[in-house]
Design a protein around this ligand. Structure first.
Ligand SMILES: CC(C)(COP(=O)(O)OP(=O)(O)OC[C@H]1O[C@@H](n2cnc3c(N)ncnc32)[C@H](O)[C@@H]1OP(=O)(O)O)[C@@H](O)C(=O)NCCC(=O)NCCS
Length: 176
């Protein structure tokens, strides 16, 4: 398993992953209608440059099994927002934690100081990933998210460049 930038050739896999409601929420709300829509999303939203570090998590056959991103990169204060998802089949093996640690290493290497993330308070797996990846709980934003008619509290975490390095082996990163 490793991280690499997204390619528009990943569109069929991204479209398939978007049929999972939890993944779809991270991609804008609904599954992609077709591969072209997924490819357009990759080209515009899953960019990989100094302003957005969107990584595909891929297996040994270069098949996408998930995503981890550092976005909203801001160099004045040195901050970014971390998000992640895995396909249902890839969950339960600690993979997200290793992916988040790898993305954090990359973000800190850009010179950033503070990485932030948030999860619904009813998403214990995401909370566990955040804690294991060294992101300290900072508070709760009440009813921060709305999905359909329901609103959800969000717990926020952050990791500073000066925080302890978690005892987790990061996934390797490749440039292509
Ligand atoms: C969140 C997500 C990335 C976790 O990925 P993962 O690599 O499969 O994580 P794991 O299955 O190893 O679970 C991480 C930890 O949460 C725990 N966990 C999983 N489900 C849990 C639950 N329902 N209640 C309590 N703990 C749970 C696991 O036991 C594991 O703990 P451990 O590290 O002590 O073994 C994955 O579930 C996912 O893609 N969910 C949908 C998208 C999403 O929610 N993204 C995050 C949005 S903020």
């Amino acid at each position: 398993m490793h991280l690499r930038p997204w390619s528009t050739a990943d569109a069929p896999l991204l479209r398939g992953a978007s049929t999972d409601p939890e993944v779809a929420r991270q991609l804008g709300g609904a599954p992609f209608a077709d591969d072209a829509a997924a490819a357009a999303f990759i080209a515009t939203r899953y960019r990989h440059d100094e302003h957005a570090r969107n990584w595909a998590v891929v297996d040994a056959t270069d098949t996408v099994v998930g995503s981890v991103s550092a976005t909203a990169i801001e160099y004045v204060h040195g901050t970014a927002w971390i998000s992640y998802w895995l396909t249902p089949a890839a969950r339960g093996h600690g993979l997200a934690t290793r992916a988040v640690v790898a993305a954090a290493d990359d973000a800190f290497a850009l010179g950033l100081h503070r990485l932030e993330l948030g999860h619904r308070t009813n998403n214990p797996a995401s909370c566990r990933v955040a804690n294991r990846a060294g992101f300290v709980v900072e508070g709760t934003e009440r009813e921060r998210l709305r999905y359909g008619d329901e609103r959800f509290d969000v717990e926020t975490h952050a990791r500073l460049a000066t925080d302890p390095v978690p005892d987790v082996e990061p996934l390797p990163r490749s440039r292509s």
